[in-house]
Design a protein around this ligand. Structure first.
Ligand SMILES: [Zn+2]
Length: 306
């Protein structure tokens, strides 16, 4: 992923203010509580099976506290379905990336998945190369993905039918946490997959399965809201990232430690570990993919980070 902008802002804010753990908290008035769904903490403590769907090999670092509680702390079943190998990103390993960036990042993610105790499904969809200004419009990336590798929703639906998650987590379909169009697409294809997996007339193999709880992990941190670049969708609940996890570490600290295998992304991951000290909550928006539909092919006018 390219979260450089996100991290620079976070670190800049951290350095420029004396606010401590409240630094990256969101405004309470922005919360929209929904009736009828238990808190995600309660679901996880009842051993919910958790599935993460993302575009890039290091995206889990931004939602890792939740998975750290589910997997390492409680031993719940975890599954990661990641669509690209991040070959468009940096290679910051001193000895270089051999035979190529995609292969090395694939190995890095295998190590991370192992730390979380997660089953990993890792596809080879195209990853737009840096710089971010040259990213094609979102729908063009969607078209390329389908043309090159087939419908991502069908692949994710297959994972859903195999794993049968109680909870599916992904980024938001509008800004995708950082503005990366591939985050938005992973989200849009993931919710399309939730619908597809539930169909009785299957396009994916296996028995129909309906995911009970789908959440977007949303960026509601105040610095981004102030700058008008936070996720526009309101959050429905927040997960306390600073609860005890394993080895006397908080869940956010476990997630930070588990970024270390992403050596190709050393700068971003170092920044993630610094920002983690200021993170109190992971903001979530519960969504109903059957009524809130975001088309992966919905046109946007320009490329870049949107
Ligand atoms: Zn990413």
């Amino acid at each position: 992923m390219n979260r450089r902008e996100f991290l620079k802002l976070s670190l800049g804010a951290a350095a420029g203010t004396a606010l401590s753990s409240s630094l990256l908290s969101a405004c309470a008035s922005h919360q929209l509580l929904r009736d009828g769904a238990p808190p995600i903490d309660e679901l996880i403590e009842k051993h919910a099976r958790v599935m993460w769907v993302a575009a890039h090999p290091d995206d889990e670092s931004l939602a890792g506290a939740i998975m750290a509680k589910a997997g390492p702390r409680l031993g719940n079943a975890l599954y990661m379905h990641v669509l690209t190998h991040g070959e468009g990103g940096d290679c910051l390993i001193p000895e270089g990336c051999h035979p190529d960036v995609a292969t090395v990042r694939g190995e890095e993610l295998k190590q991370v998945a192992k730390l979380y105790g997660a089953t990993l499904e890792h596809d080879f969809y195209w990853n737009a190369p840096l710089p971010t200004e040259t990213f094609p419009p979102r729908q063009k990336i969607a078209e390329r993905w389908v043309k090159d590798g087939g419908d991502p929703a069908a692949k994710i639906a297959k994972s859903i039918r195999t794993f049968k998650p109680d909870i599916l987590l992904t980024f938001s379909p509008i800004r995708g946490f950082t503005g990366h169009p591939e985050h938005q697409l992973a989200s849009r294809f993931a919710t399309a997959a939730v619908r597809l997996a539930a169909k009785t007339d299957p396009a994916a193999p296996g028995e129909p399965y309906k995911v009970p709880y789908t959440y977007y992990c949303v960026n509601k941190y105040w610095i981004y809201r102030l700058l008008g670049i936070s996720d526009p969708l309101p959050y429905t609940e927040k997960f306390n990232a600073r609860q005890p996890c394993i080895d006397d570490l908080l869940c956010i600290d476990v997630a930070a430690e588990f970024t270390r295998p992403h050596r190709t992304q050393a700068n971003d991951m170092g920044a993630v570990r610094k920002v983690a000290k200021f993170i109190q909550f992971i903001y979530l928006r519960r969504t109903d993919p059957f009524t809130e539909i975001y088309d992966p092919f919905e046109p946007v006018e320009h490329g870049g980070m949107v």
